[in-house]
Design a binder for this molecule. Structure first.
Ligand code: GAL
Length: 382
């Protein structure tokens, strides 16, 4: 993926330049004297949740490359979605003398002990994409506008059904449409934001009968998918088809908060005969613009996804880390939304975009996120 790498290298040189420009000027902030250190003497621990999802592989690689390009040592770890493994990895980063931590939590509530140890050692902690909860020792949060993700997912679902236009204005269709709802992992703070944003848009249409959740499963607990697992979503969709749609009725749309879940849902639907002959595939949403799902969108199977440019998220993580290491504070653009149960964590939120079949070229190919060949094959060149 040459284009992605180039972006990070360019960013790296910009950081290297600004480091030279500001070297030695930092003060205060961290209790460690990192401000006067050469970046090559500093190690950043980067804890990522899993390698089963393409998005986290790309995130880890971008953060690592960017930090290395700025001269830092990097200790990047993946935890196979296993909470004790992630706790251990972070413990080890701290005992091995990490100077800053960038953490994408598996369970946002399970790292208080690690964060206390980091605080005691004067190590700044940046929460990456997923908010770490129940700890005062989260120094900064870099993420996307997660509530807006949910709103755009619901808007894309209703636009696919013709109830709304893509810009959210009323469309022609009046329904009623049968829709099923999926949510992410309840231990991931983001899952609640996606759900909240989506229900804000959907609820009025459920209330007026345009949208019918035929299974009756309308709470986030009923819709949740532990660890965001594709197989779990596939199984739940299969169960819903058996329990609710064996009477000849059909599913018209599925709210899915993440491409991995969408692929499981689509497999269940296809196995039940949707998407062939005169039985169209329902409108299925997604998130992350994973390459396998972008191909499904290009092929007219999945309806939409949310594009979160993780190159920009990595860049924010690097800039924030650097600010702390230089003894300063990163710049937040949101100091209200992300209460982690103990404090409101200053955050930098990045914008998001919905991608449809006819916007793949402009949003994902023209921007260098994927090549046309990757979209056609459904595989990342690496
Ligand atoms: C969320 C993240 C989503 C998606 C999901 C599953 O925390 O915000 O973009 O990646 O995890 O990995």
């Amino acid at each position: 993926m040459v284009s992605k790498k180039l972006g990070v290298v360019a960013l790296g040189s910009a950081l290297a330049f600004s480091l030279t420009a500001c070297g030695g000027e930092g003060a205060g902030g961290s209790t460690q004297d990192t401000a006067n250190a050469d970046p090559s003497e500093l190690t950043i621990g980067v804890a990522m949740p899993t390698q089963t999802s393409e998005r986290w592989i790309a995130d880890g690689a971008s953060v690592e490359e960017g930090l290395e390009a700025a001269g830092y040592e990097v200790n990047l770890q993946y935890a196979n979605d296993d909470i004790p493994t992630q706790q251990q990895q972070i413990d080890q980063m701290i005992t091995q003398g990490a100077d800053a931590l960038v953490v994408a939590a598996i369970d946002g509530t399970a790292l208080s002990g690690q964060l206390q140890a980091a605080a005691d050692a004067g190590i700044p902690v940046i929460s990456y994409d997923r908010l770490i909860r129940d700890s005062e020792n989260v120094d900064f949060y870099v993420t996307f506008d997660n509530e807006e993700v949910g709103r755009q997912q619901a808007t894309a679902l209703l636009a696919g059904l013709g109830v709304l236009n893509r810009d959210g204005t009323p469309g022609q269709a009046t329904g009623p449409f049968n829709v099923e709802l999926f949510a992410g992992s309840l231990d991931d703070n983001n899952a609640h934001f996606f759900w909240g944003g989506a229900m804000e848009v959907l609820q009025p249409f459920i209330d007026n009968g345009t949208v019918v959740v035929k299974s009756g499963q309308t709470s986030i607990e009923q819709a949740a998918t532990l660890r965001w697992q594709q197989e779990t979503a596939q199984r739940r969709m299969e169960d819903l088809l058996t329990s609710t749609y064996s009477d000849g009725s059909r599913v018209d749309g599925v709210l899915s908060p993440y491409d991995g879940l969408s692929r499981g849902i689509i497999t269940a639907l296809q196995n039940a005969g949707y998407g062939s002959g005169s039985n169209p595939i329902p409108v299925v949403t997604g998130q992350d613009a994973e390459i396998a799902s972008v191909k499904l969108i290009a092929d007219g199977v999945q309806s939409s996804t949310i594009f979160k440019d993780t190159r920009n998220l990595a860049e924010q993580a690097i800039t924030s880390t650097q600010a702390f290491l230089e003894g300063g504070e990163p710049e937040a653009n949101d100091t209200e939304t992300y209460d982690n149960g103990v404090k409101v964590v200053p955050a930098y939120l990045l914008p998001i975009e919905t991608v449809y079949q006819d916007t793949i070229q402009q949003q994902l190919i023209d921007t260098g996120y994927y090549t046309a060949e990757e979209v056609a094959s459904g595989q990342s060149a690496g």
